[in-house]
Design a protein around this ligand. Structure first.
Ligand SMILES: C[S@@+](CC[C@H](N)C(=O)[O-])C[C@H]1O[C@@H](n2cnc3c(N)ncnc32)[C@H](O)[C@@H]1O
Length: 480
């Protein structure tokens, strides 16, 4: 693990226990599901920019008291320190065997592991919202110690739905704790921060103000305080990637700059579409990201590539690396298998529903005409079980119905001779680059051998692109 950026696919409890050494990490930022009782969907955009009707459930934020929660609760009571055990028992007395207790029973062992992997000089920032922040603070007190509580940061933003029965809810809470009294912390000077954000030539907003005065004309200390007014990632912003609950890089910039140094190791065990990872990379930190969905892992790979090109080196762990691994993933979770294999060919998943999108598991969009030309599409069907010639015929019917240019069957199993013959009979799509078979069959073994879909090169526009990282101008608007 020395000097290597790592992206793990998997449940963070397993990854932390199996792969991350004691006292090896300088900074943890985590943004777990908040127990909002919602499903978070990835709503991909159509090529004209409108929201797609289809959406993919990226992750659930609904917890139930069941046998798994009860086992997790029991394990915490029996194996964790006295303080943690007492806090969890108090929660049980107060909350009963409820969904909130299930949520806290999921969080407790993970937070204990995060404390284990932090160095003595390290810090942890737990991002949550007022749904559970009061319980999480008590849990953090029991794990990290009341003495190591540093701040309850209020992140204030302006987006969200209109509320009519209470004041508008426009903030999240970030609980900041250190591992010990000997933690690293670099206060961020307000003036320095303006200059860092807007560049060395920045002057106008200081005209007529004294050092330490903010844009509202109020005097503040010269160091940034614990109420942060930072714009959320809105749909039209350059950072926006269609991943639910994506956090702004500006938020992570503050955390990373205050609680780590160049070369330090930053861990995000619920890393989503990789905001912590790309910000850590921009500020020359080493990073470790963990997420339990292949959708997130695929998005992070695209984001890193879009922002840094080939410049960033990292290893992915937990993804299938061989045919037996792929078979195991398909057996374990057919959707994760689909998302993983679609990600490998640069396609995105399609919501599984009856009717219109029947027979379609993924889509890939490309542009092979001069600017303003038509968006073309490739339709993908993924089969992890038995396949036969009927699947090729069905897919051919689907590409005709959808007026798609190319159809691809991704299969775990080798295709039969009849399947290949049927595919060959579909002819070719002709692009300015030449001829591309209209019906293609790719096995997982082909993909491991670096074979991809045959379509015009460099024309894939399926994923929304993250803007290129510009290290010299770490520019972000709406920071104050
Ligand atoms: C709120 S989102 C994080 C968003 C992230 N901060 C960003 O800016 O994109 C929570 C993420 O945690 C992941 N997750 C949920 N349970 C997990 C677990 N047990 N292990 C690893 N990741 C998990 C979900 O897949 C989701 O991507």
């Amino acid at each position: 693990m020395e000097n290597e950026n790592l992206l793990y696919y998997g449940d963070n409890l397993d990854v932390l226990r199996l792969h991350i050494k004691d006292e090896s990490v300088d900074l943890v930022y985590l943004d777990p599901p908040f127990k909002s009782d919602q499903n978070y969907n990835v709503i991909f955009r159509e090529q004209d920019g409108t929201k797609s009707k289809s959406q993919i459930k990226a992750f659930e934020d609904t917890w139930h008291w069941d046998i798994t929660a009860a086992a997790s609760y029991q394990e915490v009571i029996e194996t964790c320190s006295d303080d943690v055990s007492k806090a969890m028992q108090a929660f049980r007395n107060f909350l009963g065997e409820s969904d909130m207790l299930a949520y806290l029973s999921m969080m407790a062992p993970r937070l204990v592991e995060m404390k284990r992997v932090l160095k003595q000089t390290g810090s942890i920032y737990l991002h949550c919202d007022p749904t559970a922040s009061h319980y999480l603070k008590m849990l953090m007190d029991s794990i990290f110690g009341v003495n190591n509580f540093r701040n309850e940061i209020v992140w204030h933003y302006r987006t969200g739905n209109l509320a009519k029965k209470q004041f508008q809810r426009k903030h999240d809470i970030i609980l900041f704790y250190s591992k010990s009294g000997n933690s690293f912390f670099k206060p961020i000077d307000i003036k320095e921060y303006y200059v860092q954000v807007y560049g060395p030539g920045f002057k106008p907003s200081f005209k007529g103000r004294k050092h330490g005065e903010d844009k509202y004309g109020q005097y503040r200390m010269s160091f940034i305080d614990d109420v942060w007014d930072i714009s959320a990632v809105f749909t039209l912003s350059k950072e926006h990637l269609d991943y639910p609950t994506q956090k702004p890089e500006a938020l992570l910039e503050r955390i990373i700059n205050a609680s780590s140094k160049e070369g330090d190791i930053v861990l995000d065990p619920f890393c989503g579409c990789g905001t912590t990872i790309v910000t850590a990379q921009r500020f020359n930190r080493q990073w470790i990201g963990i997420d339990v969905t292949h959708l997130a892992v695929t998005l992070i790979k695209h984001r890193l590539n879009d922002m840094f090109g080939g410049e960033v080196k990292y290893k992915t762990v937990g993804e299938p690396k061989s045919l037996p691994d792929a078979i195991a993933l398909a057996k374990d979770d057919a959707y994760q298998f689909q998302w993983w294999s679609l990600g490998l060919v640069g396609a995105r998943p399609v919501e599984q529903k009856k009717g219109k999108d029947r027979g379609i598991d993924g889509r890939l969009y490309f542009h092979d005409e001069p600017v303003g030309g038509k968006t073309k599409q490739i339709i993908i069907s993924v089969k992890s079980g038995h396949t036969g010639v009927a699947h090729i015929r069905d897919l051919r019917g689907v590409i005709e119905r959808e007026k798609a240019e190319i159809g691809v069957l991704i299969s775990l199993k080798e295709p039969t001779r009849e399947m290949k013959k049927e595919a060959a009979s579909a002819g070719f799509y002709e692009s300015p680059w030449g001829k591309h078979p209209r019906m293609q069959i790719l096995t997982i073994t082909d993909i491991f051998d670096n074979k991809g879909i045959d379509f015009p090169p460099q024309t894939n526009v399926t994923y929304k692109k993250a803007g290129k990282a510009n290290k010299s101008n770490q520019n972000n608007s709406n920071l104050f």
